[in-house]
Ligand binder design. Structure first.
Ligand code: UDP
Length: 192
């Protein structure tokens, strides 16, 4: 279920519920797009209709931010736990690991996605991280061929917000992965 907070939709599911929806999206070859919602994005979306439409166009808007929980509580809504972008990414990696789904990392400065890949492989031995691309590679042909050639089913996009959300909306129909998550600076955090 979704709740509307000042014009922005937010999902009330837990990590486990979201993970099971996302796995079923892959199994059913449905494209899905996850965006993290925090109070800053909700406030920006008040004046920026295109940002509001972009956030609402995602399949799953996760409540990343205590302020979103408070807003839901004030409205007597159902959002009970915070779902952060980075923890959702970890949950998806865990599921990819358990179910043999292929993962791609796109974004951050050269070398960072490779370091994040190495860290994730340590955390989830045997995980299939089938490719990486730095976020300063802007050649559309290279991007498309690298991602589609990898056979990835899940892609994490770390280009910062709202660049990554715009990128996902504009690319997901022509790319092979089913699940798209915008993860901001998460590769920098994971690579340590
Ligand atoms: N970035 C990128 N390509 C660009 C611009 C930014 O890959 O053209 C990366 C940048 O290196 C950093 C991430 O996007 O890893 C943005 O992180 P930030 O924490 O600023 O994002 P936020 O979570 O605040 O949206």
């Amino acid at each position: 279920m979704k709740e509307n907070i000042l014009g922005v939709d937010v999902c009330d599911q837990t990590y486990d519920q979201l993970a099971s929806h996302l796995l079923s999206d892959i199994e059913n070859k449905r494209k899905s797009f996850i965006v993290a919602i925090n109070p800053e994005k909700i406030m920006k979306a008040q004046e920026d209709e295109s940002l509001r439409n972009l956030l609402n166009a995602a399949t799953y808007q996760i409540p990343d931010g205590v302020g979103v929980l408070i807003a839901s509580k004030l409205k007597k809504g159902n959002i009970k736990e915070r779902v952060t972008g980075i923890d959702m990414m970890m949950k998806l990696c865990e599921q990819a690991h358990l179910h043999g789904k292929k993962v791609f990392l796109y974004g951050a400065k050269p070398g960072i996605a490779d370091e994040a890949k190495a860290k994730l492989e340590e955390m989830y031995p045997g995980i299939h991280i089938v490719g990486t691309l730095n976020g300063y590679e802007k050649d559309e042909k290279v991007i498309e061929e690298t991602i589609n050639g990898s056979g990835a089913e899940i892609i994490f996009v770390a280009l910062g917000s709202p660049t990554q959300e715009n990128w996902i909306i504009n690319h997901k129909e022509k790319l092979a992965p089913y699940v798209y998550q915008g993860v901001g600076g998460s590769f920098d955090v994971i690579s340590g």
